[in-house]
Design a protein around this ligand. Sequence first.
Ligand code: UD1
Ligand code: CA
Length: 479
Amino acid sequence: MAKASNTKSKPSPQRPRIAIAIMAAGKGTRLKSKHPKVLHEIGGKPILAHVIATAKKVVPAHNVFVIIGHEAERVREAVAGTGVNFVLQAEQRGTGHALMVAREALSGYDQIIVLYGDAPLITAETIRRVSEFHAAQKATMTLLSADLENPCGYGRVIREGARGSVEVQAIVEEKSANTRQKKIHEINSGVYAFDGPALYQNIDRLSTANPHGEYYLTDMAAIFNRARKKVVAIKTPDAGEVLGTNTRAEMMMLDARLRLAKCRELLEQGVTIFYPHTCVIDSDVEVGADTVIEPFVQLLGKTKLGADCRIRSYSVIGNSILGDRVTVRPGTIMEDSRIGAGAVLGPYSHLRPGTEVGEGAHLGNFVETKKIKLGKGSKANHLSYLGDAEIGEGVNIGAGTITCNYDGVNKHKTVIEDNVFIGSDSTLVAPVNIGRGAYIAAASCITENVPADALALGRARQTVKEGWARQEREKRKER
Ligand code: UD1
Ligand code: CA
């Protein structure tokens, strides 16, 4: 499973070969979930995907190794597109064991950085700081620590000698800590840099003689110490970035943090967001300057908004690309769609996958679309269903128009050429073609192609019975 092939590059005296190992084999029992912990989403994507994206900012993907175990195939599939390597830890016997099974994959590296797959807020900047501090200190093991107000549950950092010393004697796990050690607020974040060869020369000294019966990676600190090798700690000024996601509550806290940070980033780029804490904006979303986002808007997945757009409240936009100056009125729902500049959508439009709206076109209230192309300046302003249709430029679709695209077995296409006028309440039974400039009378049922510039009427001729209503009323009076 491990791809050891690209780990055997030539040594270079100047630049150390650095690998990042991401531990993601654990189950996450406390979530009470049937899904693996690292695949739970925060900020709109799996927790592990955040960590991988950050790792790839520090080293190339082929030097990133994700250690998987619980539901390994699902985890691998979910992040396979990132180009990283995977190492299988079939049985999870502790954080130390995770690195034991990665021995072959990691053996060619000078420096091994360890991250957790369930701590997604770690930044590339911090990882680089750990890596550089490790190199500058000529340390064998460097750990990233943090001061937590409530350190309960974490491993505590036991510093060596005088206060202010960078050197560390040991890491003591909560369960093994004595009363004095439990009072220490400096915790082990679980982010480390190791000297690669030293790690694998000594890792077999780990034992399972502890309350969990696991191989604790944290014990490497004491092991190196006894071997008179340098172990140091560097403290992050932002304890928030090392927080893990052991419970749903922690997960939601991190989600909120991530989304607020995303809003802050967009505000800095010139986007206006009213009541940002009511908006749900995924990490990969892009928004152009001077676009205004109203309260309770969701921008999801790989959505990209142009400049000068206005997204009104209660709109949910997923994986869609909007040009500049698009107006999205309240309650519009959109998925996998592309919207041209200056288009106006909603209120309450439902754009399903494959909707392409041309420049300056309009889709109004209660219009549902699926897999259509709507040409430049065309309008469907009220109460329509448009599916599997190719609609040209300057077309007017009257209220209540329906494309009948489905015969119960197959889907068929409707083609409406440029400058067609479709009268209100028309049904267009596909496959059907309406020629350029044609005119469909209101309430027509169109089952055959209409040539260009023609008028098509597809409804019963109106009958008028003079005096009928009056006669009926008089009959009633007589009874
Ligand atoms: C660990 C540290 C602790 C630190 C804390 C920070 C150890 C022994 N303790 O404790 O000092 O303060 O993290 O959050 O390392 N994992 C595997 N394979 C395994 C076991 C774990 O991949 O066999 C992964 C888990 O999926 C998880 C991470 O390693 O992402 C941490 O494991 P976990 O058991 O949660 O360690 P903690 O008890 O939190
Ligand atoms: Ca944990």
